[in-house]
Design a protein around this ligand. Structure first.
Ligand code: ATP
Ligand code: MG
Length: 560
């Protein structure tokens, strides 16, 4: 696989169109509807549309908000979408457009079609329109209003525009063919009456254009050469072309590609909206959400998301990518970027009996073995340290090589220690303290006599440690392809254990200065980042686990 070169059938078409001289320059657009936050599927579309522009100096990409449905749209979504696209590293310069900017022009196009006898006002009820549309096997029936003359249609449409009619009383329809085998061509609705205010045009418009009418003509107004959309619009293409041809305006070409899905999650905005509205997650940027803002908060880098989109590639088929691939891209990127640190999530105290009281040594640790320029730091070491409860076993099993009475292990960046005993709570029988001795000759992690130990464990100095809350995230859904068909209870497909909160964590003191957006590898534990929303400073540190170090998911699943 050629990982550094983007290649797909759409890029091939564009290359051909430039080479043949059909186009001297290329314009694409990314057309989100501002009715939710962007998700990883949108990222694929962004990487396609903006990516084409970034790769080719003859191409540009517009950002166009497809805001023709005022009941679900708002400016919070507009702003969030812009933030996400910029964060991914793409730019639309001054080319930020809104379909609502074209309401006047689109209205003019509608008048032209009425004047040409190609559009009419229909006054059937919604129910009648639906019934008379026919089915896949039955042709439709003409509306009794289809024969209205041009003047009558113009008068009614003017009245609709002036707000003189109630929602549902009339619609404007294209006059095409009620017996077309393609249902989209059976006199589709172009305008409906809505008394919903719009987040940009307020109450200026009592009528709103439908998607199929507005979208293609917005493309045409902007001179979009290649209008890239997902496969479900393939059957709409004849209509897309019909409006453009009837109006004799700039000819944009619609090309469809297959949607990208991701395993173990839910992608449609409709369902993501339900998760947010029903408070099944903390918001659109909940770190478990497959939204770009959720992934960013979890600790994803823009590079890893773009790398994933590149590897998934655009085809004409639906494509459910495995989340393991996304995580692989993430680990590859974080391994290069993340500084290392020591953190103990579930601590137990270790007292080093022969270490001098009140002595503190500063041990040198590598910041990032993958990055020679990242330097080193000093970690305090003292008589009392914390280690992970898991790294001690009172009666070790055959395969347990870590700390147990009588066994010597290495402390990361530090000394060899040998366990002498464990002290238990007489009531609960829990281990409350582990006693050890250390070998002063082993500073730096090697014994002068060459003796070996089987394991190295992480630790933090008890008196120097800083407290933190740690959030461990798991898959949003246990099922790789959750059933979210209509009527399905959304909550039942969610992983009930997708978040574990640990409040006892002890971190090396340098983590006080962690900043959002900078990944950190907690050695042996995974990649983490500061939660930029809930972490409010040194006394209230919150870290999210971005991803574990290795993919233990499949193993865990088959073992349980
Ligand atoms: P959803 O179905 O998830 O609600 P949508 O298509 O309604 O998404 P839009 O805001 O209309 O959301 O999408 C903006 C652009 O992103 C469109 O061009 C759309 O084709 C593309 N897009 C949406 N979902 C995906 C996906 N899963 N894979 C690739 N492209 C997508
Ligand atoms: Mg859409």
């Amino acid at each position: 696989m050629e990982e550094n070169i983007h290649q797909d059938f759409i890029r091939d078409i564009i290359k051909t169109d430039l080479a043949s001289g059909k186009h001297k320059s290329i314009t694409t657009r990314f057309p989100p509807e501002p009715n939710g936050y962007l998700h990883i599927g949108h990222a694929a579309s962004i990487c396609l549309n903006f990516g084409i522009a970034a790769e080719n100096n003859l191409a540009t990409c517009n950002l166009r908000f497809d805001d023709t449905n005022p009941s679900k749209e708002n400016t919070e979504f507009v702003e969030a979408i812009k933030t996400d696209i910029e964060w991914l590293g793409f730019s639309w310069d001054e080319r930020e457009y809104f379909a609502s900017d074209y309401f006047e022009k689109l209205h003019g196009f509608a008048i032209t079609l009425i004047e040409k006898g190609k559009a009419y006002v229909d006054s059937q009820t919604q129910e009648q329109i639906r019934t008379n549309r026919g089915t896949l096997t039955q042709p439709g029936h003409d509306s009794p209003y289809r024969a209205r003359n041009v003047q009558e249609n113009l008068n009614l449409f003017v009245e609709m525009r002036e707000g003189k009619h109630q929602p549902g009383s009339h619609v404007l329809r294209a006059k095409i063919d009620m017996s077309s085998p393609n249902l989209n061509m059976r006199d589709p609705v172009m305008y409906r009456i809505l008394d919903t205010p719009h987040h940009r045009t307020g109450t200026d418009w009592p009528i709103y254009p439908m998607y199929d009418f507005a979208h293609g003509l917005s493309d045409s107004i902007e001179g979009v050469t290649h209008s890239l959309c997902t496969m479900e619009y393939e059957d709409h293409r004849p209509l897309y072309d019909w409006f453009i041809d009837e109006l004799e305006v700039f000819k944009s070409r619609q090309i469809e590609f297959g949607k990208i899905f991701l395993s173990h999650t839910i992608l449609s905005k409709r369902n993501l909206t339900k998760l947010v509205e029903n408070k099944l997650v903390s918001g659109w940027d909940d770190p478990r959400m497959p939204t770009i803002s959720g992934m960013r908060r979890l600790g994803y880098s823009a590079e890893s998301i773009k790398d994933f989109c590149k590897r998934v590639s655009i085809t004409r088929r639906w494509n459910t990518a495995e989340i393991e691939l996304l995580e692989h891209c993430l680990r590859e990127d974080l391994n290069k970027k993340a500084n290392r640190a020591l953190a103990v999530l579930k601590p137990v105290k270790v007292v080093i009996e022969n270490y001098p009281e009140n002595q503190v040594e500063y041990l040198e640790a590598l910041n990032n073995p993958q990055d020679a320029d990242s330097g080193t730091r000093k970690i305090p070491f003292s008589k009392e340290i914390y280690i992970e409860q898991e790294d001690f076993m009172e009666k070790a099993t055959n395969k347990f090589y870590r700390l147990t009475p009588g066994r010597e292990v290495r402390l990361r960046y530090g000394y060899f220690i040998t366990c002498t005993s464990a002290i238990k709570d007489p009531v609960t029988n829990e281990i409350v303290e582990i006693r050890c001795t250390y070998d002063p000759e082993t500073r730096g992690g090697n014994a002068p006599d060459g003796r070996k130990v089987k394991s190295t464990i992480h630790w933090v100095s008890a008196s120097h440690a800083v407290d933190a809350e740690i959030r461990l995230y798991e898959r949003l859904c246990l099922d790789p392809e959750p059933d979210i068909s209509d009527g399905q209870d959304l909550e039942s497909v969610l992983n009930p254990n997708s978040l574990e909160t640990i409040t006892s964590a002890k971190l090396e003191p340098s983590l006080k200065d962690a900043t959002p957006g900078n990944p950190i590898q907690f050695e042996r534990l995974g990649y983490f980042c500061l939660d930029f929303k809930d972490s409010t400073g040194e006394n209230n540190l919150v870290f999210n686990r971005t991803v574990s170090l290795r993919d233990s998911w499949n193993k865990q699943q088959s073992a349980s």
